[in-house]
Design a protein around this ligand. Structure first.
Ligand code: ATP
Length: 303
């Protein structure tokens, strides 16, 4: 008997596109799974649908959408070992990229059909699910500027344009205090604080440390505090490099630490973006939940 799978899908902006994508997903997955399809709406979240799926005995849960949809659906699966499939349909798709899942719909379905899974860490940020990262300051302001119209028109370039604008306009620095289970750091003139569970190289501000790994039971914290545009540009250059070579950034204005439990306060309060969506303002408290999500990944991404 075929396995019971719940597909949670965030509709695309064009209905025809959604219909076409759903047809392709059904054609790929239905020979293998008994597939039930549910659409998210502004009122019914991927999290609610995923909880419903778990209660109904789903043997596999699949989220098709952007990082917000994937993160919300993942929350219901934390600690369940129910295999979780990701079909990237958003703008950035950072979690899928981190896991090595292609944006090509058929290739993403093939990964689910191959049934190879890996346990990864997740985290809770002020009680909300986090598979990727929480960004305070620069990143949150960038996401705020890249509205849905810009994302529909320019795709991922919308984030780059919004980031460049932020950078050019200059950021108001803020004071931050980061407390972990073993240490406390206080930085006077921070412009961005990033706490990452997982992060592809494109999530540049997360890469102060020696690699961001979603299976080490730890969160990676990067705080940047450049005092000028030039210092900011140098820091960015080193962070981009570190995203690819996993060497920690060695600069006075890039601070990094690792911990399982983190509390962050800022003065004044700063906007926070959680897994690609704005969630409110600081203070935040984040707890890593080691090996808590069982995701389908390509076989060659095991290490
Ligand atoms: N049918 C819908 N119509 C409009 N908004 C929706 C719908 N379903 C979910 N949402 C909202 O979309 C957000 C999640 O979007 P998600 O991040 O998954 O996709 P995206 O915006 O397409 O991708 P990205 O963030 O990468 O651009 C949530 O805030 C959710 O409330």
């Amino acid at each position: 008997m075929s396995r019971l799978a719940y597909l949670i899908l965030k509709p695309a902006s064009e209905q025809r596109e959604t219909e076409q994508e759903l047809m392709e997903i059904r054609a790929m997955l239905e020979p293998e799974f008994n597939l039930s399809v549910y659409f998210t709406t502004p009122e019914v979240s991927a999290g609610q649908l995923a909880h419903q799926a778990v209660e109904s005995g789903a043997e596999v849960v699949i989220a098709a959408g952007g990082d917000g949809t994937v993160s919300a659906a993942a929350e219901a699966l934390i600690g369940t070992e129910i295999p979780f499939g990701v079909i990237p349909r958003g703008t950035a798709n950072a979690f899928a990229t981190y896991l090595g899942i292609s944006k090509d719909l058929k290739a993403a379905c093939q990964i689910i059909l191959a049934s190879h899974t890996r346990l990864v860490d997740t985290a809770l940020c002020n009680g909300k699910p986090m598979v990727l990262l929480a960004g305070i300051g620069f990143e949150a302001k960038t996401v705020k500027q890249a509205d849905s119209e810009a994302k529909n028109r320019f795709g991922a370039l919308a984030y780059i344009l919004a980031g460049a604008k932020q950078f050019w306009q200059g950021m108001k620095p803020f004071e931050t205090r980061v407390e972990t289970e073993s240490q406390t750091a206080a930085i006077q003139q921070a412009t961005a604080v990033t706490v990452a569970n997982s992060a592809p190289p494109a999530s540049v501000l997360a890469h102060g440390t020696t690699g961001v790994y979603a299976d080490d039971g730890l969160l990676d914290i990067t705080i940047i505090s450049p005092q000028s545009r030039l210092e900011g540009a140098i820091a960015l250059y080193h962070l981009i490099k570190s995203g690819f070579n996993n060497n920690a950034v060695d600069l006075d204005n890039v601070h990094h630490l690792r911990a399982r439990h983190i509390k962050i306060t800022t003065t004044p309060p700063q906007p926070v973006v959680l897994d690609g969506n704005l969630m409110g303002t600081t203070p935040i408290e984040i707890e890593c939940i080691p090996s808590s999500l069982n995701v389908f990944i390509p076989r060659n991404e095991e290490n």
